[in-house]
Design a protein around this ligand. Structure first.
Ligand code: SF4
Ligand code: SF4
Length: 141
């Protein structure tokens, strides 16, 4: 599974096309729209929490880019300070994407950054402040 918050920018001629709906219809992806805006010059901005199987996710993003949509990841990423983490497991109970999970039987808390949607729930939950929000802004591909 892959889940990411994506920032999509649509040129004027694409703002009224149902491209995002095709992510569900053609690629089987699920999404939540976190923010949508049409600017005065008619370009569109959409912040999307997109999830699905990794290969379908990549195909869906490729489709958007081929249609002329600019696709970037969220401007922030979550990292873990390995020296601070005490593997208490508290963050695994709040992580909605299973980016944080317990490896048994060692009871080691793993962090799979690829699955992280940067929701920041772990940041406020971690008792030792091991989960950190860092700035990031890169093209998806
Ligand atoms: S809540 Fe913090 S200390 Fe506990 S396992 Fe998660 S990152 Fe580590
Ligand atoms: S920010 Fe933390 S809780 Fe949210 S998806 Fe990423 S690892 Fe999970």
């Amino acid at each position: 599974m892959r889940s990411k918050i994506l920032i999509l920018r649509f040129p004027e001629d694409l703002t009224h096309k149902a491209l995002v709906c095709n992510l569900a219809k053609e690629y089987g992806l699920t999404f939540a729209i976190l923010h949508a805006e049409i600017f005065p010059r008619k370009e569109g901005l959409l912040v999307l929490d997109l999830s699905g199987p990794a290969s379908s996710f990549d195909e869906g993003v490729k489709y958007l880019k081929e249609m002329g949509v600019s696709v970037k990841t969220a401007a922030q990423e979550i990292t873990r300070d390995e020296k601070l983490c005490i593997h208490c497991g508290a963050c695994t109970g709040v992580c909605p994407t299973q980016a944080l999970y317990i490896r048994r039987p060692e009871m080691y808390v793993c962090f799979d950054q690829e699955k992280c949607s940067v929701c920041e729930l772990c940041v406020v939950t971690c008792p030792v402040k091991a989960m950190i929000v860092s700035p990031k802004n890169e093209n998806f591909f």
